[in-house]
Write a protein that binds this ligand. Sequence first.
Ligand code: FES
Length: 123
Amino acid sequence: MYSAKTMDHFSNPRNVGIMEDPTVLVKVGDPDCGDALLLFLKIEEDRVRDIKYKIFGCGAAIATSSIASELAMGKTLEEVLQITEQDIANALDGLPAEKMHCSNLAAGAFRAAINEYRKVRAS
Ligand code: FES
């Protein structure tokens, strides 16, 4: 039911870990299933230079966080904001319908982190 790519990212998640000196750190959760994602971003010159995360969730949440970190790495903040849940699922060659919501975690975390970064900079 999972694609080979999803299984690969689940078994060997990319960029997982913690960052000592992130520019921004957010935690987002899915209230329905209780899964959560802690996301660390290093931002320089309006670009995502490094990404680390800790995921407390299902296999699809692990795989979507991993592929989302690859999609966002090196991109401008505007480009990262354009990454949708569907883009994340497509990059994994699709997700089972009942697991589509798991891709919300990573997409939502990137949006929350960039919004937080901009809020702090504006204040
Ligand atoms: Fe919670 Fe997948 S079931 S993120």
